[in-house]
Design a protein around this ligand. Structure first.
Ligand code: AMP
Ligand code: MG
Length: 403
């Protein structure tokens, strides 16, 4: 019996587990998920330093009418120094504050002539100083395990001298296309054959989320060919096949997988497109058998495979955020299956407005190209009017949603 969309996705997520640890250099770490917790090894900033280019002074010396002798120069990167009473020192942003000094006067708030400085306004203690540890205190917990490393986290780890971090391994994802009609990209294209485009879009999707695609090429619609290729795929962390899972008389993928020790978890989901989706596990390796129509392949990857691979990479939030968008045209639908619609979403004032990106036939790839979002119509929905709201998932790399 076919499963509901949510049940199928939950079953998949219930089967897959985060992969183990590997150490990566910080330059490779963006998008990875920490498998250690990180506490500050020292104060940040490590020493009091100037927040401005200006003069380091004692605030008590800066009485109205005061004139301070400029007694020195501290560039960024200088080592510790001392400020004599009644003097000022030229100091650059980031340079260590000399001992004895408790404020910095920015150049724009001082007059300088003949080697002396006249402060213009009032100077208060602590003005324009960045204090040791004011950002992060030594020992403070900064990043718990499970933190997704973005440029900001990378910046902080680098500031604390970390060149390597322990993160979840990225899944190696084997991709196998099946079908007698397929030829590889770059090979001659005889009449009646089509190019194995699914391998390329699947590899692109796998890369986009930070996992590593392994292209296994094409298996023909016969069990031996499938067995040879699938054997390689089952060594990977995850296997994705496309096509050959419908009820056609040459659709052998599920049977061969079962022969090879893949325990079926489900076959068929009440969705459109993508109903013949099959999923199984061999050991810890999830096997996604996606239907072959490129639109079905892309949408089922997006809605089922992507969250699973993210979980394997250690991500805790694996589902895309859902936004509500207002339909600007009616949509016909029969109750029964969840329907995924290819949409163009734009922002109009405070709202998101969605229109179909065109022909929703499964065979039409053009409207996937024109789409920047997928709308998810619930199974029981029996059509919608203009002005009704739908849930949408924005697709990766969508350009602006401004009109
Ligand atoms: P199937 O699931 O085998 O019935 O295939 C469904 C449709 O998807 C057919 O029109 C196939 O030609 C097409 N198709 C299958 N595999 C691929 C592929 N790797 N690249 C592009 N189109 C494909
Ligand atoms: Mg086929």
């Amino acid at each position: 019996m076919a499963l509901s969309f949510e049940t199928a996705r939950d079953r998949i997520l219930g089967c897959v587990e985060p992969l183990g640890a590997e150490r990566v250099s910080l330059i490779e770490a963006c998008g990875r998920v920490l498998l250690e917790s990180f506490s500050a090894p020292w104060d940040l900033p490590p020493a009091d330093n100037s927040a401005m280019d200006g003069f380091a002074v004692r605030s008590a010396d800066c009485t109205p009418g005061a004139s301070l002798r400029v007694s020195g120069y501290i560039p960024a990167g200088a080592s510790a120094s001392l400020l004599e009473p009644g003097c000022a020192v030229r100091i650059m942003t980031g340079a260590p504050i000399p001992s004895g000094c408790d404020a910095v006067i920015p150049f724009e708030d001082a007059e300088e002539s003949d080697g002396r400085v006249l402060p213009r306004g009032t100077v208060r203690p602590k003005d324009h100083i960045r204090f040791q540890g004011e950002d992060v205190r030594a020992g403070a917990p900064v990043m718990p395990e499970g933190t997704v490393l973005r440029p900001a986290e990378i910046n902080m780890l680098a500031s604390f001298g970390r060149s390597f971090v322990s993160v979840h391994r990225r899944p190696r994802v084997a991709i196998l296309s099946t079908g007698d009609e397929l030829v590889e990209l770059g090979d001659p294209l005889p009449f009646g054959r089509i190019i194995n485009s699914n391998a390329l879009s699947l590899a692109a999707s796998v890369r986009e989320l930070g996992a590593e695609p392994i292209l296994l090429g094409i298996a023909r619609d016969e069990p031996q060919s499938l067995r040879d290729k699938l054997a390689q795929g089952l060594d990977a962390d995850a296997l994705i096949t496309s096509a050959g899972v419908s009820a056609g008389d040459r659709d052998f993928v599920r049977d061969v997988l079962a022969d090879m020790g893949v325990s079926p978890v489900f076959w068929k989901v009440e969705i459109k497109p993508g109903r013949p989706l099959a999923f199984g596990m061999r050991g810890k390796t999830p096997v996604f058998s996606l239907p072959g129509n490129p639109v079905s392949t892309m949408i089922t990857f997006e809605e089922f495979v992507r969250p699973a691979l993210l979980r394997m990479m250690g991500h805790r939030r694996v589902l895309r955020p859902t936004f509500r968008a207002e339909l600007c045209e009616p949509v016909k639908k029969k109750p029964g299956r969840v329907q995924f619609l290819r949409m163009r979403v734009v922002r109009r004032g405070e709202r998101l407005v969605a229109a179909s990106s065109g022909d929703q036939n499964t065979g039409i790839v053009r409207t996937m190209v024109h789409a920047n979002a997928i709308a998810i119509l619930p199974a029981d929905c029996a059509g919608l009017k203009a002005g009704d709201f739908v849930d949408v998932h924005l697709l990766p790399w969508m350009e602006s949603i401004e009109e």
